[in-house]
Design a protein around this ligand. Structure first.
Ligand SMILES: [Zn+2]
Length: 545
């Protein structure tokens, strides 16, 4: 997801207007908090005992009634035998019937949970559960940040439907285990039925379109693991623009844009822009993650979201020139989530900076490639200035999606990668970052935490970097740089809270030097007052005695 403040900044020029609107949003957010549907939080023991293998969604969409009806089939494994199967589904959905392993079962649907408790225990091992339901799913209040369904119309009056649910979870419209730690290992099938003439854009590959009378059913199938907030579809009067992408490893992947018919003439140029984005992402993070399926975007009425193999795009073809070429920041950012979020997934929302921070760092790397190191450094300095430090990026463990969501998981998270890059040097940092995005233990079926990232980078550095991970991610402190003049042309410089010795650039009358400094400090001779870290690799505060 993208950061709301960034968007406001780009849309609103007048300062007072901006403050007014941000205040308004805060008021609205607080007001909505009471009735919000929230993803994640502590994993319930009944759900910790359950491994989701596959989802099949078969739903008929009624744009006029703003409703859906059909079923979801869930293939799951119970790790131990259990007397309860617990699923998430909002109360707006009315469950008609549940069939477990071919037999209808009793259930209770209350407070957003489906509780199936048998008179006999459910055996350990595989089970197939079919939930038949219907209803009017929650309407998005402020998509994509406050998610739900959007029942919009395009400019010619055709239905234009989008779903967003990163913070709310897939439970807004299908029964699921709503926790980032568990993705369906065998993927998902979506059979979505819409009025004839409309097109459904979904994850994976389109298997078949069946038209009967006045309805069409689109069957989309992904064989990859997928986050439950990415198991969804968009509907519109779409035209499909196609080209082919050849990955860094020479795999051929279809590249598609489900664009509203009225914007079809703009489609191919956006795919060209996307191809440039893909080249840079692959250079730093390895091959595009879903080569057996597709690279695709769907035009949506909201700004955008990282929907696996079908990124939501709503930036209205507004480009900026980067390196003299058209660039779409929204497209690049959401596309970056194919690596950071979709392929590398945080095990708990507590570690969401991994998805957002590294993705934003990838946005800066595009600037580095297109305009050079100085432009990249300027971008990172701007990022540092925007850091809020109101609360730590990692606030603990088992944190829900709303609590973890704050601007610093983006900018400060990205800046932290910039700091690591400086500490380790490019020859160590970039291969390590690529390893995080490519090694099996961090990708696809395997989810990651801040500790996993710390251990990987510490291992590559050859020394524990836990002190800097803790300082920048688990506190709101900045690096405390203290400079004291001890004699004529002599200065004592120390890092009061670094917890380890760190490389620092120091500019003196003799020029710039990279030296190792820690809490013990060191003495520097200079005719001028030394300038510490002039290029801005650290979030720091400097005190002079
Ligand atoms: Zn994002």
């Amino acid at each position: 997801m993208l950061l709301i403040e960034q968007t406001l900044d780009s849309l609103l020029k007048k300062h007072t207007m901006r403050i007014f609107l941000i205040s308004l949003l805060l008021v609205c957010t607080i007001f909505l908090q009471a009735q919000q549907i929230i993803s994640g939080g502590p994993l319930k023991p009944e759900q910790a005992n359950m491994d989701i293998r596959h989802y099949t969604l078969s739903l008929e969409v009624d744009p006029a009634g703003k409703s859906i009806k059909g079923y979801t089939e869930i293939s799951l494994i119970l790790i131990k035998e259990a007397n309860t199967i617990l699923l998430d589904l909002v109360q707006q959905m009315k469950v008609e019937k549940i069939i477990l392993d071919g037999k209808q079962v009793e259930f209770l649907h209350e407070n957003g949970f489906i509780n199936i408790s048998g008179s006999n225990q459910f055996s350990a091992g595989k089970h197939l559960l079919k939930v038949i339901y219907a209803g009017e799913p929650p309407i998005a209040k402020r998509a994509p940040w406050e998610g739900g369904f959007q029942w919009e119309k395009d400019s010619t009056g055709n239905p234009w439907i989008a779903i967003t649910c990163q913070s709310e979870g897939g439970k807004i419209y299908f029964p699921c285990k709503d926790h980032p730690s568990d993705e369906p290992n065998e993927g998902a099938d979506l059979f979505i039925t819409v009025p004839k003439g409309l097109v459904v854009a979904g994850p994976g590959l389109l298997q078949k379109v069946t038209t009967k009378k006045n309805q069409s059913t689109y069957h989309w199938k992904t064989n990859y693991t997928i986050s439950n907030y990415a198991i969804l579809f968009n509907v519109g009067k779409y035209k499909v623009i196609r080209r082919e992408y050849i990955t860094v490893n020479n795999n051929r992947v279809p590249m598609e844009f489900y664009v509203l018919e009225e914007h079809a003439d703009k489609g191919m140029h956006l795919l060209e822009i996307m191809e440039r984005s893909a080249r840079v992402q692959e250079k730093y993070f390895g091959e595009y993650p879903w080569v057996k399926e597709k690279i695709a975007i769907a035009e949506t009425p909201h700004l955008g979201m990282e929907h696996q193999t079908m990124n939501a795009y709503g930036n209205k073809f507004r480009y900026t020139l980067v390196g003299g070429m058209d660039f779409d920041w929204l497209l690049h950012h959401e596309f970056g989530h194919e690596w950071w979020g979709n392929k590398v997934t945080n095990r708990d929302w507590a570690h969401m900076w991994i998805q957002e921070g590294i993705c934003v760092f990838g946005d800066a790397l595009y600037i580095r490639d297109a305009e050079g190191e100085e432009a990249y450094l300027e971008r990172m300095r701007r990022t540092a200035r925007a850091t809020q430090n109101r609360m730590p990026i990692v606030q603990g463990e088992q944190i829900d999606a709303k609590q973890t969501y704050q601007p610093d998981i983006y900018g400060k998270g990205a800046f932290f990668m910039h700091t690591l890059r400086y500490i380790m040097g490019d020859s160590l940092f970039f291969p390590t970052l690529k390893k995080l995005a490519t090694a099996p233990q961090y990708t696809y079926d395997n989810t990651v935490t801040t500790d996993d990232v710390e251990k990987l980078f510490s291992g590559a550095y050859g020394q524990s970097m836990k002190p800097v991970f803790d300082l920048f991610l688990r506190t709101t402190e900045k690096l405390d740089v203290q400079i004291r003049q001890t004699d004529t042309e002599k200065y004592f410089i120390r890092l009061a809270n670094s917890g380890m010795t760190l490389p620092v650039d120091i500019a003196t009358d003799r020029g710039m030097e990279r030296v190792m400094v820690g809490e013990k400090g060191l003495e520097v001779n200079s005719k001028t007052i030394p300038v510490v870290d002039p290029k801005g690799y650290y979030l720091k505060k400097i005190t002079m005695d």
